[in-house]
Structures are given as structure tokens and as C-alpha cells.
Design a binder for this molecule. Structure first.
Ligand code: 8X3
Length: 239
């Protein structure tokens, strides 16, 4: 089960898990784009808006069994300093990145546990490890989801459910285009002069984490491009 699977890391993860032999179910708001991902790999596509409790309930009821949940849906909005923070953007980021994970995880937990070998994966971010100027709203949300992941790990200890967090750095997807409200030039500048990670690189990490033997819990995996040593330390080649 992969959330936010209509593009980027979610889509790449769905494709990769299908290739690994998983029976994949994907959820996202954009159903037409979701089908473009799901249909070629024989995955089941279900509408899912992680910000809408009713949508999550309907989604969880439609999913049959579930052994692996990849909480990928989320993202950033804006890069504004705290002094001009936009409440709506902050609220949306908290809704999608934190409450979204909580709702879907809570809804699927009985099925994950009943599988006898459940696994909850959260796609976090380097932004959840290291705040940076302009990032406060997204930093707060990703720090929040990191706390949820840690608490889940403690609460589920002794039960047959693993909990893992994967924290990527710069990955070139629609992430920055969405963050900058569709400004493709500004989004491209984020990765200029670097070789960023691809969505497939992160999907590779997810596949590795969920194919370890049942007794192995990868708690946290931080993955950055070679050109990035921290959220703000980026090496750029000049043309
Ligand atoms: C994306 C990483 O550094 O652009 O989650 O916030 S960053």
C-alpha cells in the first residue's frame, strides 16, 4: 500500500514494489494520474485524500489485507520566513505530512498487525532532521512526523509490526514545483549544478527496507545525493 502514488517517490515505489513481487495498492487524489501508474503494473488504484478523514476511512475499508504501508503522501508549500508565515500553508503541511500519516496508519494498523509481519514505512526528509531558513513550516511538519514514527516504534514494540523512516535529501520530482506554486524555473534552481537523487533512488531504499528479514527493523535511513552533505550544504558545479 503506497500513499501519494500518482507521481514522484510514491509512483516509483509502487512500480518497484510491483517488480519485487508485491501485490500493490496505490492511493492518491488525482485518480487519472494514479491509473497511469497503477494500470501498467497491475496495481489497484483507490482514491485517497489523506487530509480528509472520510476519504481515509473509505480507503481503509476498500483495502483488503495489508502487510506493508508506505506513507509517502505529503510535501512542502512555500519557503517563507516565519515573520511572514502563511497560516493556511502551515495548516495544510501539518494536515498532509503529520495527520495524513496518523490517519492512514491508524486505519490500516489492524490489517498490518493481522498480517503477522506488518511494516509501516514513513517517507520523512532531511528537513525533519535539520531546520533551515525558510523551511520552518515544512521543518515543523517533518519533525512532527519523525516524532510520530518514533512513538509508533515504541508503542508497537512486542507486536509484529515494523516501523521505518526513510529521510531523503534533494530528490528531483514535482516536490519543488509544488512548493513554489508551479514556478518551474525556481524549482529547477534547487537542483541546478548538482546530481540530485531520483525517485527511483528512494524507491530502491524502500524496497531494501521492506525486504529485510522479519526480525530486522531499519529504524531510520538517511539518503542524500553525493552533492549534498546536509540540508543546506550543497555542492554546485558551475557550467
Ligand atoms: C525535501 C528535502 O531539503 O528540500 O524533503 O526540504 S528539502
Amino acid at each position: 500500500m503506497v500513499t501519494g502514488a500518482s507521481s514522484g517517490i510514491g509512483a516509483a515505489t509502487a512500480r518497484r514494489l510491483a517488480a519485487e513481487g508485491f501485490d500493490v495498492v496505490v492511493g492518491a487524489r488525482r485518480l487519472d494520474r494514479l491509473h497511469e501508474v497503477a494500470d501498467p503494473i497491475g496495481a489497484r488504484a483507490l482514491p485517497l485524500d489523506v487530509c480528509d478523514a472520510d476519504s481515509v476511512t473509505a480507503f481503509c475499508e476498500a483495502v483488503g489485507g495489508c502487510r506493508v504501508l508506505v506513507n509517502n503522501a505529503g510535501g512542502a508549500l512555500g519557503l517563507d520566513p516565519v515573520e511572514s508565515a502563511d497560516d493556511d500553508q502551515w495548516r495544510q503541511m501539518y494536515e498532509a505530512n503529520v495527520l495524513g500519516v496518523v490517519r492512514v496508519t491508524r486505519g490500516l494498523l489492524p490489517r498490518l498487525e493481522a498480517s503477522g509481519d506488518g511494516h509501516i514505512v514513513v517517507i520523512g526528509s532531511v528537513a525533519g532532521l535539520e531546520p533551515y531558513p525558510g523551511g520552518a513550516g515544512y521543518n515543523a511538519a517533518k519533525h512532527g512526523v519523525r516524532a510520530v514514527r518514533q512513538v509508533l516504534r515504541y508503542e508497537l514494540l512486542g507486536r509484529p509490526v515494523r516501523v521505518s523512516e526513510i529521510d531523503p535529501g534533494m530528490v528531483e520530482t514535482e516536490f519543488s514545483v509544488v512548493r513554489f506554486g508551479g514556478d518551474r524555473e525556481r524549482a529547477a534552481a534547487v537542483y541546478a549544478g548538482t546530481t540530485p537523487l531520483t525517485a527511483d533512488d528512494v524507491a530502491d531504499c524502500v524496497a531494501w527496507v521492506v525486504t529485510r528479514p522479519s526480525h530486522v527493523n531499519v529504524d531510520q535511513l538517511v539518503v542524500l545525493p553525493r552533492d549534498q552533505a546536509s540540508a543546506t550544504r550543497v555542492h554546485r558545479r558551475t557550467p
